[in-house]
Design a protein around this ligand. Sequence first.
Ligand code: URA
Length: 200
Amino acid sequence: MAEDFNTRWNEFEEMCNSCNGCELRAGATNVVIYRGSKTAPLMIVGEAPGADEDRIGKPFVGRSGKLLQSLIEAYGFGDGDYHICNICKCRPPENRRPLPSEIAACKKNLAVQFGLVQPKVILLCGSTAYEGFFGAKPVMKEVRGKFIERNGYYIMTTYHPAFALRNPANKMPIFEDMGKVRDKLTELGAMPPWQGLNAE
Ligand code: URA
């Protein structure tokens, strides 16, 4: 079983690395697939790699990633509890948003990834992640912080961490939404209860 999973995972990575479904691969240094665990109860989905991610080959390793990581750790998530990825696996030039055609081209990769990871809860960070998942532009202040249940999966949308970098006051809603995600994972039996900010 584990061997079968690893074979399927390797095939998935190979499929991503050799993908030429859109123009972005040509300008990317690395195809940025994931960081964290390959089988985690929480999948966090961002927009697309930036310069740091493209260089290192892992998602959310720059300034936004450091903020995201601090929230993850504040809620006691260990490395085995989360899987971080993006709607698009290759960096768009000049950090522009991925185009709808690029999102659509990368969707088949994300679908395979989703089927392998089989998360219980999905946290979409920002409007591009929402659009990639639901195919419509969101009004962020209306959709954020609410779970949508689809086929037994719980999907929450929150602001992108870059929004909190622009104004630290925006960190609070992301923190609150992450708290709801953490509680949902406990409710689903996937993680023990959160012990609070000062827990060892
Ligand atoms: N922003 C994203 O949406 N994803 C990353 O991986 C980094 C920054």
